[in-house]
Write a protein that binds this ligand. Sequence first.
Ligand SMILES: C[S@@+](CC[C@H](N)C(=O)[O-])C[C@H]1O[C@@H](n2cnc3c(N)ncnc32)[C@H](O)[C@@H]1O
Length: 394
Amino acid sequence: MLASLLPALRELDLPLRLQLWDGQVFDLTPAPHVTLILKDPSLLGELSRPSLDNLGAAYVEGRLDLSGPLDEVIRIGDRISQALGEDRPVEHQPWAHDRHTDAEAISYHYDLSNDFYRLWLDPDMVYSCAYFETGTEDLQQAQQAKLRHLCRKLRLKPGERLLDVGCGWGGLARFAAREFGVEVFGITLSQAQLELGRQRVIDEGLQDRVRLELLDYRDLPQDESFDKVVSVGMFEHVGHANLPLYCQRLFGAVRPGGLVLNHGITARHLDGRPVGHGAGEFIGRFVFPHGELPHLVNICADISESGLEVVDVESLRPHYARTLELWSQRLDERLDEARGLIPERALRIWRVYLAGCAYGFSRGWVNLHQILAGKPRADDSLELPWSRADIYRD
Ligand SMILES: C[S@@+](CC[C@H](N)C(=O)[O-])C[C@H]1O[C@@H](n2cnc3c(N)ncnc32)[C@H](O)[C@@H]1O
């Protein structure tokens, strides 16, 4: 197998060294800067039919080790998978999502360790695409800019009631209360997020304006009691089958004349066929169990069918590539500390996921859309400014 694999890999002209379980070393080009260390012979089979899923899985399981810059490792893994792998059509069965499966999937990802997330997120622990107004900002500046961008799109006014669906560690809730003078009710399904989020509300003395609860979106109050609703990085967990229900819950929570802003990852293709040579399979297996991405068109259809009117859509795809690149770099700078906080297997998963998603967003395998919608009043009226100028004021 090695005899046929090596010439095929050499043709790709990759700066790669292969190191075998028995100590043999093969440089595929002079001075390679990435090394794949194959720790057992069965890996030759995977390398002959490579995908980002099976290569990633071998790394997670400790059968494959890597050295070299992780972004370069991912690029090389993708080149090998494109050239030597075959993109088999994957029959995607939509996941059955219920309260129990969703709670389990959320706990798996978000209850991993608050201290681990704190290592590489910005100080407010915002866990979603940042907003780079010029592209020169650091992570913290870009996350603050994102929070401001969301609040301005929602045209928040002092005294209004804001619902934050999937509030994470409460970064947006605290920002909106502090900077825009609104009252915020935030929900998450992660106990670890809730505990730290509540503590941070107390630390900032915002208890009278920010309330965070452990609650499933299905159980949101449906009494139209919120002026505005925001959901950031959450609908990816809902599942295709439940997106209409999710949109109905947002509709039922907001008052007539109010606004709803949904910010999340969208699929490249309308029919959800796989992209990224196994990258999606890796994410589903190891990172976000039961996660499902709708295309922009499909989520806009569900939003519209709920009775909301879509009024503005913005793609932030390059912004998420940059955010993920920064998260990945920050984690790689603090690997020793991370090893003390989570198991090695999880650390390998999160390293591949962050670097791999940075790559995937940069390639357009997935997108990120902010979708602003309004709930018309009984007489069909819905007031909005004539232009977006108010969003961009200094
Ligand atoms: C990627 S995090 C985003 C957190 C936050 N919005 C931010 O931008 O930092 C996704 C959030 O959605 C929440 N979530 C996922 N499924 C949920 C559900 N069924 N009901 C309520 N919250 C959910 C998770 O608990 C988590 O807080």
